[in-house]
Ligand binder design. Structure first.
Ligand SMILES: [Fe+2]
Ligand SMILES: [Fe+2]
Length: 184
């Protein structure tokens, strides 16, 4: 099951139509999946559910740029369709859908499960530990100016920090402070 999901998402990331580039697979999604599994015991979350949710959490944006703005709304629909096709149990699908709906720092969706809290933390931690990936997005993909790009990355990092659990902040503090020192 997880192998099939990895294949589907990696293929979507490699497609020409993915405006984020293949780097979103190598430098974001796979990192979020690793963090999610690693952090699962801390949150009392199901490791398989958080890994599936991590692999699919940004799938809508990768598939279609037009879905990026509301990818927390489209993501659960896309994930539901993929997982149903793969024969995934209904309760797992529901848990994955909720975690994806609640993963973003910029939208106010209550995180009602341990899996949702775990995914949100894994996503934020990946942003903080992979600042180069955000810089690539701002400068290389979107062609932003020096200050404009730095301001966007800074704001993204601050939002990510804001959604971290205090225990995860201890892991993230050093790279977070180092990144802000360079960007500010
Ligand atoms: Fe996202
Ligand atoms: Fe993400």
């Amino acid at each position: 099951m997880i192998g099939d999901i990895r294949t589907i998402v990696e293929r979507a990331c490699a497609a020409e139509t993915n405006v984020f580039g293949y780097g979103i697979w190598t430098h974001h999604i796979t990192k979020v999946a690793e963090h999610a599994r690693r952090l699962a015991p801390l949150f009392g979350a199901d490791p398989e559910i958080v890994e599936i949710a991590a692999l699919l959490h940004d799938y809508a944006s990768v598939k279609d740029e037009a879905l990026y703005e509301d990818h927390h709304v489209h993501g659960p629909i896309e994930a539901g369709a993929i997982l149903t096709k793969l024969g995934c149990p209904e309760d797992t699908i529901e848990a994955v859908r909720h975690a994806i709906a609640a993963h973003r720092a910029s939208v106010d969706v209550e995180r009602r499960s341990a899996e949702a809290r775990c995914l949100a933390n894994a996503d934020a931690l990946a942003h903080i530990e992979n600042v180069t990936s955000l810089l690539h997005l701002a400068y290389a993909r979107w062609g932003r100016g020096i200050d404009e790009g730095a301001a966007w990355v800074c704001a993204k990092l601050e939002r990510s920090w804001g959604k971290l659990d205090p225990r995860v902040r201890e892991i993230a503090r050093e790279p977070y402070e180092a990144a802000l020192m360079v960007l500010d």
